[in-house]
Ligand binder design. Structure first.
Ligand SMILES: Nc1ncnc2c1ncn2[C@@H]1O[C@H](COP(=O)(O)OP(=O)(O)OP(=O)(O)O)[C@@H](O)[C@H]1O
Ligand SMILES: [Mg+2]
Length: 253
């Protein structure tokens, strides 16, 4: 049984079919890259998985459970959390408070060690490289730091599946390298408090910075006009004619 299974997911906005009959799955501990041109439906697709958008048809199964009609916080309790392409912090709260809020709904399991939400928040800020910004108001953050705050907030819930929508946006090369390492570490180690004893995290990552993305993903799903046009290893999709024509171009990544 797949960890996450998506069957025939469709989402329309008026006359636009943003996601059209999409089916794919994610295995435990797997990092899947979701790529495609602007407007392909990537954000719409993951927002349905995070239960922030309702599909018109299709089903989403997580650990075999039909979660298609759950709301966002129920999905978080099941272990799905993510960052949005357009960041949504509590702008008038400092960074630490932004991270403490999701710590209050942190999923806990056998390995739980009782610590205050403040200590948990500090640990998470350190992980994503923003401890020095603890007291800064979210409204004052740069785009790159907002991205890292979004990841911290998702991590704070202790997910088993983390979904990142353009996590490298606004980051400099050094920051991208640091975040890439964090992503690899999280996949290996997971969240120590997770009720699952899997030991590792699964991820879906949307990104246009393809050369950086390809270094960290196991598999890539390519969307175009709401439909999957290719799926495979980074090497396979970057050589795929349809993908070259629709997105990558002849020069490659
Ligand atoms: N809330 C909405 N209302 C109306 N149309 C929408 C809405 N959200 C997305 N769309 C449309 O759905 C299509 C898919 O958009 P989506 O944001 O999912 O694409 P994307 O692949 O994430 O693109 P990008 O790489 O630019 O972020 C686009 O045509 C977009 O204009
Ligand atoms: Mg998008």
């Amino acid at each position: 049984m797949s960890f996450l299974q998506v069957k025939g997911l469709t989402k329309r906005f008026g006359g636009i079919t943003a996601v059209n009959d999409v089916s794919f799955s994610v295995r435990r501990n797997e990092i899947v890259g979701l790529i495609g041109p602007n407007g392909a439906g990537k954000s719409t697709l993951v927002q349905m998985l995070m239960r922030a958008q309702n599909p018109d048809s299709g089903k989403i199964y997580f650990h075999g459970e039909d979660i298609t009609r759950l709301n966002n916080w129920q999905a978080v309790h099941r272990g799905i959390a993510g960052s949005f392409q357009c960041t949504r912090p509590f702008r008038r709260l400092p960074v630490i408070a932004n991270v403490m809020v999701p710590c209050t709904v942190r999923r806990t399991g056998k390995k739980e060690v009782k610590t205050s939400t403040q200590i948990q928040a500090i640990e998470i800020m350190k992980k994503v490289g923003i401890p020095h910004l603890a007291k800064t108001l979210a409204a004052k953050l740069s785009q790159g730091d907002l991205k890292r705050l979004e990841i911290a907030r998702a991590l704070a819930t202790c997910p088993d599946l983390m979904i990142l929508d353009e996590p490298f946006g606004g980051l400099n090369p050094g920051e991208i390298e640091m975040l890439s390492q964090l992503i690899k570490d999280l996949r290996a180690g997971g969240c120590s408090d997770s009720p699952l004893d899997s030991g590792g995290l699964s991820m879906i990552i949307i990104e246009h910075k393809l050369s950086e993305l390809m270094k960290i993903v196991d598999r890539v799903v390519v969307l175009c006009f709401g439909e999957i046009i290719a799926e495979g290893t980074p090497a396979e999709v970057t050589q795929n004619e349809k993908v070259i024509e629709a997105y990558i171009g002849k020069e490659g990544i």
